[in-house]
Design a binder for this molecule. Structure first.
Ligand code: BES
Ligand code: MN
Ligand code: ZN
Length: 501
């Protein structure tokens, strides 16, 4: 896919499809839409005034481009201008790209979708991001050749009115393209089957990512080092598997002087497959548990974005990667673990493994003294049941950090919804023969899991994101085919950008 920006009236663009954004209501057409309509002798106005096109957000309608250089005109609904924002521009961009792609048209031209109060750069970024996200093929392992795979619109021209607007459009398009690439990179990791993405392969991918930018670095601890460092949670969860666990460290350092640069840490759950272990899961839908490394994917995706967009903040990333398997060497219910922070845990359910690997990762992140830590994990079915696929759960006792994350969620399109985290949730996790148990009551399952983690985040600003419901789409959406959504990478990146000030 190639994005270009040009100072040119939309109506004159030489392309397969002229994409025209139209708001709902009687004044939906702007000057450039009207110019296209004049060339078409009123055919655009005519076609879009029937009931099948009401300008609703994401609605599309092809119109023949008689008399124009283009082959088609595509009307794209932008909805109510009063409600139009970056998220709406992203969706409209995605719908336009999907429509052109399924019609097998390979180039399109458009003016970045924008309401009057939005700036041009943000509009171009959101529109480009939507286009880039919609053109994602999850068929990473199809062998029948490209011919059988979905074809996407590949050349996109953004039209700008003036030279000054042109540079903003160009800048925005670059940002949007980079954002989409980061999200699509994250989706690939999620969609990858667990035999193709073991903890070691995940670590190798993190190293390759770091190699691709001078601003990134990566170190990996193998199983021996994990044991030597007394990460009892991560070691214990992984020891039932033939695949050795890995602890991945990533670092992003901005260019230039490091004076006054803040440091934050991102932590991801990297269970490359979760069978449940000895407390084994039922087999129905178990194949989905390849997405149990969604938090890890979000961390790697965030570093992909950091390297591309280079904000002025230092970011540490930690991934606790393991495979949760039953075997003769596996953890058994009731077993005791000694965690990196010295606490002991009675494992009353081996399927509550995510919190065990995260606890050590959070503790280690804390030792690096970041300003704050945010972890992301596909941690509980309970969170998925509570919030569905629209927002992830956010649990923290730090109101300022909560506000920063909720804001980042809104602007990134990866929204978070705050859930309570209180002493009562911590209390539930106290143990009988050990300090803690890893599984509390079923009721409030997402909150109890956060309560467990909070013992390992004492004394540091910390927030937990439960992304169990948001990393996977059971059905295709406008900007996302069925499968991994890439949720979290964009949110992590926005958190970093906001924290950089
Ligand atoms: N990875 C799962 C959580 C999960 C389940 C995510 C379904 C998405 C869909 C996690 O490791 C797990 O098994 N959690 C248990 C915890 C319970 C044993 C306390 C759960 O949610 O059932
Ligand atoms: Mn589990
Ligand atoms: Zn899990």
């Amino acid at each position: 896919m190639r994005f270009a920006a040009k100072e040119e009236a939309l109506v004159n663009a030489k392309t397969d499809v002229l994409v025209v954004g139209i708001f709902s209501g009687p004044k939906g057409m702007d000057a450039s839409a009207k110019a296209v309509d004049r060339k078409l002798k009123g055919a655009l106005k005519d076609a879009t005034s029937f009931a099948d096109f009401d300008g609703g957000l994401g609605k599309t309608l092809f119109v023949p481009a008689t008399g124009l250089a283009a082959r088609r005109v595509l009307a794209v609904g932008l909805g109510d201008p009063a409600e139009f924002d970056a998220q709406a521009a992203l969706r409209a961009g995605a719908c336009a790209a999907k429509e052109c792609s399924s019609a097998r048209l390979s180039s399109m031209a458009l003016i970045p979708f924008r309401a009057r109060r939005m700036n041009v750069r943000d509009a171009a970024a959101a529109t480009a991001e939507g286009i880039g996200r919609a053109c994602y093929d999850p068929g990473i392992h199809h062998t029948q050749g490209k011919a059988k795979r979905p074809k996407f619109v590949s050349r996109i021209q953004f039209c700008a009115k003036s030279a000054s607007e042109l540079s903003l459009v160009r800048e925005g398009a670059r940002r949007g393209e980079a954002l989409a690439e980061g999200v699509n990179f994250t989706r690939d990791l999620i969609n990858e089957p667990s035999n193709e993405l073991t903890p070691r392969i995940l670590a190798r991918k993190a190293k390759a990512l770091a190699k691709s930018s001078p601003l990134l670095s990566c170190r990996v601890w193998g199983e021996k080092e994990i044991l030597r460092r007394e990460m009892g949670g991560l070691y214990g969860v992984g020891k039932g598997s033939d695949e050795p666990s890995q602890f991945i460290h990533l670092e992003y350092r901005p260019r230039g002087s490091q004076r006054g640069v803040k440091t934050i840490a991102l932590v991801g759950k990297g269970i490359t497959f979760d069978t449940g272990g000895i407390s084994i899961k039922p087999s129905a839908n178990m194949e989905l548990m390849k997405f149990d490394m969604g938090g890890a994917a979000a961390v790697l995706g965030a570093f992909h974005l950091l390297a591309a967009l280079k904000p002025r903040i230092r970011v540490l990333g930690y991934v606790a990667a393991a495979e949760n398997m039953p075997s003769g060497k596996a953890l058994k219910p009731g077993d005791l673990l000694r965690m990196m922070n010295g606490m002991t845990v009675e494992v009353n359910n081996t399927d509550a493994e995510g919190r065990l690997v995260l606890a050590d990762a959070i503790h280690y992140a804390k030792s690096q003294k970041p300003e704050f830590i945010v972890d992301a994990a596909t941690l509980t079915g309970a969170c998925m049941i509570a919030l569905g696929d629209v927002a992830c759960g956010l649990m923290t006792e730090d109101d300022d950090l909560a506000k920063l994350i909720l804001d980042a969620g809104k602007s990134s399109g990866d929204p978070a919804w705050r859930l309570p985290l209180q002493d009562a949730h911590r209390e539930q996790m106290k143990g009988h023969v050990a300090d803690l148990i890893n599984t509390g009551p079923r009721e409030g399952g997402a909150l109890n899991a956060a309560g467990f983690l909070s013992y390992f985040a004492k004394g540091v600003r910390w927030a937990h994101l439960d992304i169990a419901g948001t990393v996977w789409a059971d059905r295709a959406k406008d900007d996302n085919p069925k499968g991994g959504t890439g949720f979290g990478a964009r949110l992590f990146y926005s958190i970093a950008e906001k924290a950089s000030g």
